[in-house]
Design a protein around this ligand. Sequence first.
Ligand SMILES: Nc1ncnc2c1ncn2[C@@H]1O[C@H](COP(=O)(O)OP(=O)(O)OP(=O)(O)O)[C@@H](O)[C@H]1O
Length: 345
Amino acid sequence: MGPHPAVAAIRLAVRRVLHDILTEHTGTRDASPGVPPHERPPSPLVLVACSGGADSMALASALAFEAPKLALRAGGITVDHGLQPGSDLRAEEVVLRLRELGLDPVESTAVTVGREGGPEAAARDARYAALDAAAERHGAAAVLLGHTRDDQAETVLLGLARGSGVRSLSGMAAVSGAGGRYRRPFLELDRQTARKACMVQSLPVWDDPHNADPAYTRSRLRHEGLPALEKALGKGVVEALARTAQLSRDDADALDAWARQAEAAVRDSAGLLECAKLYALPPAVRRRILRRAAIEAGAPAGSLFARHIEEVDRLITGWRGQGAINLPGKVVAQRQGGRLVIRQG
Ligand SMILES: Nc1ncnc2c1ncn2[C@@H]1O[C@H](COP(=O)(O)OP(=O)(O)OP(=O)(O)O)[C@@H](O)[C@H]1O
C-alpha cells in the first residue's frame, strides 16, 4: 500500500523542487569523472526553514524522505525570534524533531527583532537575514520554505488592499532570493493537506499563537477575511487568488521587460528622460520607467508608493507648470525644458 494521499502530495511537491535544484547544480558543476569519489565535492545540501508549524514540519518530513533518494544532503534551520517567553526551549524542541527525521545539519539560530515596518515585517526581515546567514555558513544550494496556496491567497489579498499594482498581486515567487536560494514547494498545495500529512505521520506540530492573534493583519485575514470571502463567493476563492498571483507575476514580468527596453529609447543623448517620448508610452510602461529612475536617483524602493509615482507622472501627462515633486530619500523630480530631471537634492 502506498503512502496516504496527503503524504504522497507533499513528497511529490518536494521531489519536483529537488529535481530542479539537482539539475541546476549538476548543470553548473564539472562532473570530474577522473576524480576519485573521496576527493569529489560533497553532494549539494538543501535546508528546510522550519518553525515547527504544520506546513514546515510537513515540508521537513518530505525533504527527509526524498533527499536521500536523489543523493542530496538535507538539513534544517529554525529561527528563534525571542518574541515569547520560552521560545528558546521551543526552538530546541524543533531541532530535536528535525534530527529525529534524520536531517543533518540541524540548528537553531536566535535573532533580535527590531521595529521597522511593524512587528510582522520586522520579524520577517530578521528571519530572512538569519536564514541567509545559515545558508552561507553551510554552503547550502537551497532553502525550502513552507508557504502554501492559502498563504499565497492571503498575500494576494494584502497586495490588492495596498492598491499598488499588478506586481503586488503577484504574491510570492516559487523561486526567490540571492541566486534563487529560496524555494517554495508547497505554493500549489493547500494548508489542509500539509496538516493532514503531519497528522497521519504522527508528527507533532506547534501552532504559533501569532497566527491566531487578531492584532496581526494576516491573522485577521486568515480567520475573518478569507472565510467571509469564501462564504460570499464560494469555495474556489483561495485557488482563484493563487492563480491570480501566477498570472499577475507573468504580466508584471512582461511589463518590466518592456519598460527596460523602452527606457533606452526615451533618453536623450545626455541621458535625460524626454517628456514627449514618455507621454507616448502606455501608462503602465511609463510609470515603471519613472519608478526605476526615482530608485536609481536614491529613493528607497520600500518607501516609494504609487501616489509618489502618480505625482511624478502628472509632470508628463498633466503639465501646467507645477513645481518640483519631493520623493522619499530626498529625491526631487522636476520638469525642465521638456526633460524630466530626477535627482537627489
Ligand atoms: N521561526 C521560523 N524558523 C524557521 N523558518 C520559519 C520560521 N517561521 C517561518 N518560517 C518559514 O517561513 C514559512 C512561512 O512562515 P509563516 O509563519 O508565514 O507561515 P505558516 O503558515 O505559519 O507556516 P508554518 O505552519 O510552517 O509555521 C514557514 O513555512 C517556514 O518555512
